[in-house]
Each structure stands twice: as C-alpha cells, then as structure tokens.
Design a protein around this ligand. Structure first.
Ligand code: C2E
Ligand code: CA
Ligand code: CA
Ligand code: CA
Length: 279
C-alpha cells in the first residue's frame, strides 16, 4: 500500500507540459487502476434531432484516480493503445456496455442501441471477434443494437484484414460507425468497399455552425453523401440550439452533444430515460 501511495505521488505532477517520464508513471498507475477497478463507463445520449428522444448512448470511458481525479481519455487511451492495455479495457467496456444497455431498455421500455469505441489495436487483435461474441452472448442483446465506432485510420492500416473483420461483424448484425468522419486522410472509396452504416460528423465541423460557410458546406456535403449511400448521420458535439436547428433543417437525423446530454454515469442516464417517459 505504501508503494501504491508513492506511485500515485509521482503521477501527481502539476506541470502542464508533460515530460515523457510522466507518462511512464501514468502508465504504471494504469495497471494499478485496472486492479483497483478505477475505470468506469459514462454514457452520452444520441438523440433524434427532431424529437430529441434518446435513441441510444455512446459509451465513453473514464478513469477516476483517487488523487488525480478524472483523467481524460485523451490522456490514457493513447497510452493503453501503446502498451496493449486497450485490449483488456476495451473488452471490459464492450461487455459492460452491452449489459448496461439491457438495463437502460428495462427502464425505457423500448429498444435502444449502444455505441462503443473500438481502438485500432483492439480492432486488429486476434481475439476481437471472440470478445464481440462474448459481449453479445453474455448480455443477451441483439447484434443490431450494437454500434461499433471506428475511425477511417483503423480501416486503412490493413484494408484487407479490415474487410474480413467487418464482414464478420455484419454477420453478427453489429453496425459500423465511422467516428470523426472527415478528419482522416483517406479517400471516400472505403465507403463503397466496407459495410458501413453510420457517419459521425466530427465536432470540429459542427462547432462554428451555422455562421461558418465552410463548415456548413462540409456538413451539407456529408448529409447529401449519407443520404445517397443510405447511411445514418450523427452530428457530434452539438452545443447550441442554432446548431441543432441548422442540422435538423438540413435533414440530419441524429445528434449528440452537450445541448441534449453530457456523458453521464449509468444511474443518471437511467434517470434521464425515466424522466423522458413522463414528458
Ligand atoms: P470520441 O469518440 O470522438 O468521443 C466524443 C468526445 O466528445 C467525448 O470526449 C465527449 O465527451 C465529447 N463531447 C460530446 N459532446 C460534446 C460537446 O457538445 N462539446 C464538447 N466540447 N465535447 C463533447 P471524451 O469522453 O473526453 O473522449 C475523448 C476520446 O477518447 C473519444 O473521442 C474517443 O476517441 C476516446 N475514448 C473514450 N472512451 C473510449 C473507449 O471506451 N474506448 C476507446 N478506444 N476510446 C475511447
Ligand atoms: Ca466515438
Ligand atoms: Ca467522435
Ligand atoms: Ca474524436
């Protein structure tokens, strides 16, 4: 226990620009955190742009460190991706999220879906399909209630392998969403090649709506593209009524952002579902 305290002290460096050795301490703390059960899952509502009814939730991982407080995923996911811990964390998140969805549905008394981020390394892992099957079987949800969020980059590392994994996901009826759509360095050809169901417009294209003509043009183009390819679109990071109004008017079906719900603990999400039933 003494050693634990020390490790945490090393981690607790207040400097803004982190020297490399800081990340090593953070990495050590992560293994400890897994053993201590410090990782948890938050859920952010994905809502119908028109009715604002909750359709599903994106699962977002949190690390609640005893002294550091909440460590943002932008800090710890890249480390987990480097050292492989993401496979363990990601498998846990997928299964726990699927189980959680069942509970959400019991409260809502209607079908919902759960969206889970899959990192590049997790996607490439040999065991990934087993992990997926285990999560589906254990939770008892239908494959179509599961959306797996991957980035363009994940597909492009090894497109041949990606194609085979995606077709196996499709056999299980799990849907694929392209996360941060438009921010990667790939051609649109992959939309033709891979069985994709959802495009998530990155927050950077939403932020300056509706005033930025360029962002408006990009959003309109993505919405058009999605319509013609028969894909769903989720606009991410919607924070204002003006942004929502613009997107809705342009035919964007789903939105996700602080305006309609921040990432929240499961019990808060259930309260939100209960509340929405009485509206
Ligand atoms: P992401 O997948 O693009 O997730 C959306 C991020 O936008 C989340 O940040 C969310 O809290 C934030 N967000 C949502 N609505 C708004 C809004 O209206 N305004 C603003 N400013 N932000 C909003 P978060 O939770 O910090 O996660 C950051 C990234 O970490 C995620 O980006 C994802 O790439 C990664 N991540 C989080 N959880 C997991 C996980 O379980 N597995 C993997 N592989 N990656 C994860
Ligand atoms: Ca995501
Ligand atoms: Ca995203
Ligand atoms: Ca992102």
């Amino acid at each position: 226990a003494k050693e634990t305290g020390k490790a945490r002290c090393v981690v607790y460096s207040p400097s803004e620009s982190e020297p490399p050795e800081h990340d090593i301490s953070l990495e050590a703390a992560m293994f400890q955190a897994v053993r201590e059960g410090e990782f948890l899952l938050f859920y952010q509502p994905i809502v119908d742009a028109r009715t604002r009814e909750i359709q599903g939730f994106e699962t977002l991982m949190r690390w609640k460190h005893p002294t550091l407080g909440m460590v943002p995923p932008a800090r710890f996911i890249p480390i987990a991706e480097t050292n492989g811990l993401i496979n363990l964390l990601g498998a846990w998140a997928l299964k726990a999220a699927c189980v959680q969805l069942k509970q959400f549905e019991e409260v809502a008394k209607r079908p919902l879906y759960i969206s889970v981020n899959i990192s590049p390394r997790q996607f490439r892992n040999d065991k990934f399909l087993d992990v997926l099957d285990d999560a589906i079987a254990f939770s008892g949800l239908q494959g179509e209630q599961l959306v797996l969020e991957i980035t363009e980059g994940t597909l492009m590392v090894d497109p041949v392998h990606a194609e085979s994994i995606l077709s196996k996901m499709a056999e299980r009826k799990a849907r694929i969403a392209i996360d941060d759509f438009g921010t990667g360095y790939s051609s649109l050809a992959y939309l033709k090649r891979f069985p994709i169901s959802v495009l998530k417009i990155d927050r950077t294209f939403i932020r300056d709506l509706p005033t930025s003509e360029k962002d408006a043009a990009i959003c309109n183009a993505v919405l058009d593209l999605a319509k013609h390819l028969d894909l769903s679109v989720v606009a991410e990071g919607v924070e204002t009524e003006d942004q929502l109004a613009y997107l809705q008017q342009r035919g964007c079906q789903y939105i996700q952002g602080y305006l309609t719900g921040k990432p929240m603990a499961a019990n808060i999400a259930m309260a939100a579902l209960r509340e929405s039933m009485h509206l």
